[in-house]
Ligand binder design. Sequence first.
Ligand SMILES: Cc1ncc(COP(=O)(O)O)c(C=O)c1O
Length: 416
Amino acid sequence: MTLMELLPSLTHSLPPRTDPKLWPDVSDRQLAWIAATFGTPTYVLDENTVRDQCRRFRQALPHARIAYASKALTCRAVLRWVQEEGLSLDVCSAGELAVARSIGFPAERILLHGNAKAPEDLKAAQSYGVGRVVVDSLHELDLLTDQKVLLRVTPGIAADTHPALATGDNGQKFGLGEADLEEAVARIGARPDLTLEGLHCHIGSQIRHVATYEQAARRMVALIARIRTPIRELDLGGGFGVPYTSDEPDFDLTGYVDRITRAIGYECARHRIPVPELTIEPGRAIVARAGITLYRVISVKHPFVAVDGGMSDNARPALYQARYQPRLLRGGPTAPMTLVGRHCEAGDVLATDIPLPRDVHPGDVVAVPVTGAYHHSLASNYNQVGRPALIGVRNGLTKVLVRAETEEDLLRRDVG
Ligand SMILES: Cc1ncc(COP(=O)(O)O)c(C=O)c1O
């Protein structure tokens, strides 16, 4: 056999290379140790990556308020890191607020969101004294007293994302249309206990094109000019796209900052209004790449490799046809395989057509990258499976952040 013939088989036998765009700096040895010690499935979260992302946003926009959208991943540790990094916080429910409150997250740095805030959500927000409530309906104004508010508007922007994640176009449930916006401004004007701080929009999630944000920024400034009421703050929401596979590009944050600050400056000058303070709300971009999910292979029926988790810990393939690039924690000549979960649905597929070692067998550990955002927070108990633990790592050290849910936990709720 010539060297040229030997080379491909040799390189195939090496452990798979990891793409730094997708993987945090956590060694395979540590991942294998976590799987052996804490069991599988398990979410792993790299603290350094979360903190680095917070700093990246702060450095890119030093004068803006960066509010972490906690729906991406809520737990005390993450909120503590985010607080220490100087970020503000976006919460969407009394539950998310309770976690923030439990670690003493400063109330004035919290925004409460939601298209259908329940009275309990508003009560919790008011009792903690959250900085701002982002109002999403006229009715909500009647439920608020002594509060600084932003008004969420529908900017009428069709974003380049999955339809379920597009939240800025007309004909979906979020935000106030133009007529309702004017009515809301008038009602707030007649209410001395309410202060209109600013306007908000969120055009969607997993947005890749900066131009879409620029369009939204121009539209929002035009609306601020139209309502002829002093507005201090413009909140352009979150949605910054994140690559899940090597062929997807990273979000151009520098380009975003450049284009939206120019667009806002230009439009404000054109309308002769002061430039508002900027707020943005990244969620996914802060935590996604910090997360890895570890599974153990349970059975192999070529091309199907079935693992001990699935749609209960990762709802994204079923919800958004999301793609992933998993790998085994060991090398070997590969063949295309389909990674499936353990749940009772043919749609419980984690990744199709991915190269895995041909001799993959029960007991092997599979690692799925970019699972820090909307995995733990979207997890369910389908098939009465307990939700996995969340294990924090930092510089080679390991800490349980959220313990795994047990059968006892599940039975405790079932009081009938
Ligand atoms: C109002 C609002 N802000 C911010 C976000 C965060 O979006 P992402 O995690 O894509 O940055 C969301 C996500 O749904 C949202 O609804």
